[in-house]
Design a protein around this ligand. Structure first.
Ligand code: AGP
Length: 614
């Protein structure tokens, strides 16, 4: 996700652009830039946050009543000044900002290079602005027509705004798959554009939301909307009612809830373009570059902290299950100080949403010094861990603002699933039929997550109301659901401040069962799998001691519902993919209990989003 803003009107554009980008930093914040038109095209770009850009501009005299701005969340090309938007055309007369992904940019770029275009960045966006200019020069057409023809050649998602030195009274925006809002200013001929209404709402409440394949052309003070098929549309003008704060959170009360509901998309984005369930292709750079290493691998060590450590535990089951490789999962903070045994032929995988966790970085340094191959599974492009690893794979969860990790966890598990399947394929430890079955089921997971989100909210809220006052919770799971039990307990602890523990369900009889009484709520993940009957026995043990059972079960389950007080059903899926579904109700349960307890859900006490200190 990135944030884009644009202005055209009677006033100076700079303040709107800079303040608007700050409002959109929740969409991305690794680099930022603006372009202003006051006769000349002036571009200012900086690696880092919008404040870094503002500091760089300093008190220069920034003039211009037309301008565009962008705050980036890198997907193609490292976060740095060169790759920051806006990007210019070959002549420098066109400037573009873009939120989205142009999937066929490499093909387009190859053709443009052949006609003499020279590129300055590694981004897909720069290809688009060169293409627009190439078409305009070749067709001798209007800027709108050149944009329209170019967008007909693009495959992917975009929200773009184009500024043209030769068309000073024109501002063009277009969208497909990424949001773009047009604000109709109070002053004649004054218009705003932005990724959402947060930068606009303090200037005007009259907005028009572009639909997919629509192009907004502001020319000579008028707004015209056409489709990329050149069909004129009548823009529908909304009167904004919601608050600034609510818009940033997409209408959700907290970032955490928004991010929980983003998971169908973030899971899809984490496998999109990487798998083909027909050809059984799993396309990831790390799989290709380290094919020999993977074939002869003797051991994997996974390191992480908190939720990332829990994702690593799921990874242990995945790699051992599919690729038949011994895996050790280590708390990074312990690993770094216990003088661990490390071999040069080890593969060490660091899992980290932020890519900046101090303990994980230090543990990775240790592995690097020992000569092990090091991979990273991170969410922030260009963060410290991806910059030091030999390879790895990014999760494409987008910025995670809530301190409690939710969509990052399921994105990490998704990427670990792809790696485990890719390893298994290269080691010949998985049949084509099994691989096809898991890949096809993975493609169904986003819709199944959507279904869980819709179906369980009401029952989860009822459970939250019944138990929001308690002081303790137990979470039990077995197999792939054991790490999910740990993760569910962590979510509750860190945002509701209720003490909670996760355990392997069978472990109860070795002590913790002494805790069970009529006051103890016990969440049990009891989905249908080979050890389902064993979990049923564990449930009976809890029931016999009057524990209050809350069970996550597979849709249609008939046995658990006779024993548990509360049932939450999730769709059937491959056992290895259950964590992507069973974690959802637990995220919502912790969220609703925390809200009922009046806790600060997005910024829980004592916690930081990225623990960059020991
Ligand atoms: C999880 O909800 C917490 N925010 C915390 O445990 C987090 O997972 C941990 O600090 C690791 O962070 P990282 O993934 O950015 O390395």
């Amino acid at each position: 996700m990135c944030g884009i803003v644009a202005y055209i009107g009677p006033n100076q554009a700079y303040n709107f652009l800079i303040q608007g980008l700050k409002r959109l930093e929740y969409r991305g914040y690794d680099s930022a830039g603006i372009a202003l038109l006051d006769g000349d095209m002036k571009v200012y770009k900086e690696h880092g946050k919008v404040q870094d850009l503002e500091n760089k501009i300093g008190n220069q005299n920034i003039e211009g009543t037309k301008g565009i701005g962008h705050t980036r969340w890198a997907t193609h090309g490292e976060p740095n000044q060169k790759n920051a938007h806006p990007h210019l055309s070959q002549s420098g007369n066109l400037a573009v900002i873009h939120n989205g992904i142009i999937e066929n940019y490499a093909t387009l770029k190859e053709a443009l290079v052949k006609t003499g275009h020279v590129f300055k960045s590694d981004t897909d966006t720069e290809v688009l602005v060169h293409l627009i200019e190439e078409i305009r020069n070749h067709e001798k057409c209007s800027l709108f027509e050149a944009v329209r023809l170019a967008l007909n050649e693009v495959v992917g998602a975009y929200a773009i705004v184009i500024l043209s030195k030769n068309d000073p009274d024109v501002l063009i925006g277009a969208r497909k798959g990424s949001p773009l809002v047009v604000g109709i200013g109070e002053n004649p001929g004054e218009f705003f554009m932005a990724s959402d209404a947060t930068p606009i709402v303090e200037y005007t409440r009259k907005v028009s939301y572009l639909e997919d394949n629509e192009i907004a052309v502001i020319t000579n003070g008028e707004l015209i909307v056409k489709t990329i098929a050149n069909v004129k549309k009548t823009p529908f003008i909304h009167q904004l009612e919601i608050s600034l704060d609510a818009i940033e959170k997409g209408g959700y009360e907290h970032f955490m809830l928004k991010e929980i509901f983003e998971q169908p998309k973030s899971i899809h984005d984490s496998f999109r373009g990487r798998i083909d369930s027909n050809t059984l292709q799993i396309e990831m750079r790390s799989l290709n570059e380290f094919e020999n290493k993977i074939r002869n691998l003797k051991r994997i060590i996974i390191i992480g902290c908190g939720t990332s450590w829990h994702a690593g535990l799921v990874g242990e089951y995945l790699f051992e299950d599919f690729a038949r490789i011994p895996v050790e999962v280590e708390y990074a903070s312990e690993f770094r100080y216990r003088n661990p045994i490390l071999y040069a032929d080890d593969l060490v995988i660091a899992i980290s949403q932020s890519g900046e966790t101090a303990d994980t970085l230090a543990a990775l340094e240790l592995a690097k010094k020992a000569g092990a191959t090091i991979f990273g599974v991170c969410n922030v492009v260009g963060s410290s861990i991806p910059r030091m690893t030999d390879a790895g794979a990014y999760t494409h969860a987008g910025p995670e603002i809530g301190v409690a990790s939710t969509k990052a966890f399921t994105a990490q598990v998704t990427v670990l699933t792809l790696l485990a399947l890719g390893f298994a394929q290269r080691r010949g430890t998985i049949s084509d039929s099994k691989l096809r079955s898991v890949l096809q089921e993975l493609e169904r997971i986003p819709a199944k997550v959507e279904k869980v989100l819709k179906s369980c909210q009401e029952s989860v809220l009822a459970i939250a109301k019944e138990y929001s006052h308690v002081s303790n919770f137990l979470y039990l799971g077995r197999g792939y659901n054991f790490p999910v039990a740990l993760e569910g307990a962590l979510k509750l602890k860190e945002i509701s401040y209720i003490h909670a523990e996760g355990y392997p369900a069978a472990e109860m009889k070795h002590g913790p069962i002494a805790l069970i009484d009529a006051e103890m709520p016990v969440v049990v993940i009891a989905t249908q799998n080979e050890i389902y009957e064993k979990v049923l026995s564990n449930i009976q043990e809890v029931k016999a001691r009057k524990g209050r059972l809350i069970a996550i079960v597979t849709e249609g389950d008939t046995k658990v519902k006779d024993v548990a007080e509360h049932i939450i059903e999730i769709p059937e899926t491959e056992d290895a993919l259950v964590p992507l579904l069973s974690t959802i109700p637990l995220q919502l349960l912790s969220y609703h209990i925390a809200v009922l307890r009046g806790c600060n859900v997005d910024q829980p006490r004592n916690l930081a989003k990225s623990v960059t200190v020991e």
